[in-house]
Design a protein around this ligand. Structure first.
Ligand SMILES: Cc1cc2nc3c(=O)[nH]c(=O)nc-3n(C[C@H](O)[C@H](O)[C@H](O)COP(=O)(O)OP(=O)(O)OC[C@H]3O[C@@H](n4cnc5c(N)ncnc54)[C@H](O)[C@@H]3O)c2cc1C
Length: 194
């Protein structure tokens, strides 16, 4: 769900080689809060869009890659001297996963107000189901304050934050207590008469 107002220190347009490194450097070296906007579905840029048969780089693979991850530079084994597009895209997706580069951009692609001409108030105001808003009490990407703004736009919704220091990683099992809290809230939601 898209937050109503969020501030960033830096905006990066594009998640190709350049944007990926830009995000990494701004976030990890300078400690900035960064958002990346990418028109494609994933990282890769040139290597996401150009999928015609035979598309490959013409620089040798050992220099056509990121040099800031020294360990990966040693470990990654290219199958060819001039790899084809699928292999380069696979490499970029691997780098994105390894350095958590996707988290900064992928969430902004879910646009709940696309059927109401971008009007979030109108979109959320149409919800008739009983709704619990359950943000993690601390989360870099979905701060409770953003969720509160959305909560106020949903008729009859309840705000039930999950107490955890693990952010949304708690949902992947990092915090078993958070899972129990969720179970409890969901149990109550399911028991609600409609
Ligand atoms: C077949 C082929 C072979 C190549 N071989 C080599 C090579 O061997 N060596 C070499 O150095 N270079 C090569 N290149 C050049 C290659 O483009 C660059 O090396 C590199 O991938 C460029 O990365 P980038 O991040 O700067 O830009 P891109 O990879 O072009 O990424 C830009 C991204 O920005 C996104 N974007 C742009 N505007 C917006 C917007 N307004 N909103 C949202 N998203 C937006 C695009 O969707 C795109 O994903 C090759 C290119 C091709 C096509």
């Amino acid at each position: 769900m898209v937050g109503t107002a969020e501030n960033f220190d830096a905006i990066v347009i594009g998640a190709g080689f350049s944007g990926m490194y830009m995000l990494k450097a701004l976030r990890d070296k300078l400690g900035l809060k960064v958002r990346v906007y990418e028109a494609g579905e994933t990282v890769g840029g040139t290597w996401y869009w150009n999928r015609y048969p035979g598309a490959r780089c013409d620089s040798e693979s050992y220099i056509y890659c990121f040099t800031w991850d020294k360990q990966l530079l040693q470990e990654w084994e290219w199958s060819e001297r001039y790899p084809e597009q699928p292999e380069i895209l696979r490499y970029l997706e691997y780098v994105a996963a390894r350095h958590d580069l996707c988290m900064a951009w992928k969430w902004q692609r879910g646009d709940v107000s696309r059927h109401t001409d971008g009007d979030l108030r109108a979109a959320l105001g149409r919800i008739t189901a009983k709704t619990f808003i359950m943000p993690m009490s601390s989360d870099m990407f979905f701060p409770p304050a953003d969720c509160q703004a959305e909560w106020r736009l949903i008729p009859d919704a309840e705000f039930r934050p999950i107490q955890t220091i693990d952010g949304h990683l708690a949902l992947f099992g990092a915090d078993t207590d958070a899972i129990s809290q969720l179970d409890k809230h969901l149990g109550e939601l399911l028991a609600t008469k409609i």
